[in-house]
Write a protein of this length. Structure first.
Length: 278
């Protein structure tokens, strides 16, 4: 994390819940909170990867990380995770709703190979939208009882603004994330809870894009996997001329959770290097 950001966003004793934090952006954000002294509950579906992430994040700074296994699509799991956080750390000051999945499919595939199905539609919406709802509701119930309120941060994507070929269901969920952010902000703002969204654009390689994912996405776009990877590496559509760094997204999230961002509410911050198709 940028040292200047650290000096202005001390989070000593702040309790943060990070969903989907076993790898990628989620893990990077968790580490950045640890760097500034926060207590972080890493909530993830994978017990092995989640515990490993908590151990790794704990080494990033003076803060503390613990792990709670949680399927964000299951209310009982979410409620148990919130209670475990309260029992462990005593409060819930910020929730970063980061858990999400992406399954590339075409609306209609004449070949019948990679066509969007009802099951895939429901699965992606369950994690990306229902999961955000369940976690936000459970966390907000706690925050409304706290003297200092809290902050809900919903991770979205630039695809929620622009759409994305072969990823219509993912883009639809990300647009939904942005709209619940605006709606919940109207409901919770006067009660001491801020609600903010973050929409990353093209980011550096994280290892999260599996071979199966790349094969499916390449197919939906009528190109080879090598061509797809080449397009990911291209920065011609990004005014800053480069892909984003995970640390830059992490810096933004840590700032948004701080008192320095106390008037930021009800909006989704697009962190994409100026990229747009408009």
């Amino acid at each position: 994390m940028n040292k200047d950001i650290m000096s202005r966003t001390d989070h000593t004793d702040i309790v943060v819940i990070m969903t989907g934090a076993a790898a990628g952006i989620g893990l990077e954000v968790a580490k950045s909170f640890i760097e500034v002294g926060a207590k972080v509950m890493i909530a993830d579906f994978s017990e092995e990867a989640g515990q490993k992430a908590a151990d790794e994040a704990s080494e990033a700074g003076p803060g503390e990380a613990r792990f709670a296994r949680c399927d964000v699509t299951q209310k009982a799991d979410v409620d148990q995770m919130i209670q475990f956080t309260l029992d462990t750390f005593g409060s819930v000051d910020a929730l970063v709703n980061n858990a999400g999945i992406n399954v590339p499919r075409l609306l209609v595939d004449p070949a019948g190979k990679e066509e969007l199905t009802e099951d895939i539609w429901d699965k992606v919406f369950a994690v990306n939208v229902k999961g955000q709802f369940l976690c936000a509701q459970a966390a907000a119930r706690v925050m409304l009882k706290q003297a200092n309120g809290g902050v809900l941060i919903n991770m979205s994507s630039e695809s929620g603004l622009e759409g994305s070929e072969g990823q219509s269901v993912y883009a639809a969920t990300k647009a939904a994330n942005q709209n619940v952010t605006r709606s919940w902000a109207k409901e919770l703002g006067t009660k001491g809870v801020r609600v903010i969204g973050v929409a990353p654009g093209i980011m550096e390689t994280t290892g999260m894009r599996s071979e199966a994912y790349e094969q499916s996405l390449a197919y939906t776009r009528g190109i080879s996997v090598d061509e797809l990877r080449s397009k990911y590496g291209s920065t011609s559509s990004i005014p800053l001329g480069r892909s984003g760094k995970l640390s830059e997204v992490a810096d933004l999230v840590v700032f948004l959770a701080s008192k320095r961002a106390s008037y930021l509410h009800g909006t989704t911050v697009n962190i994409s290097g100026g990229k747009s198709r408009g």
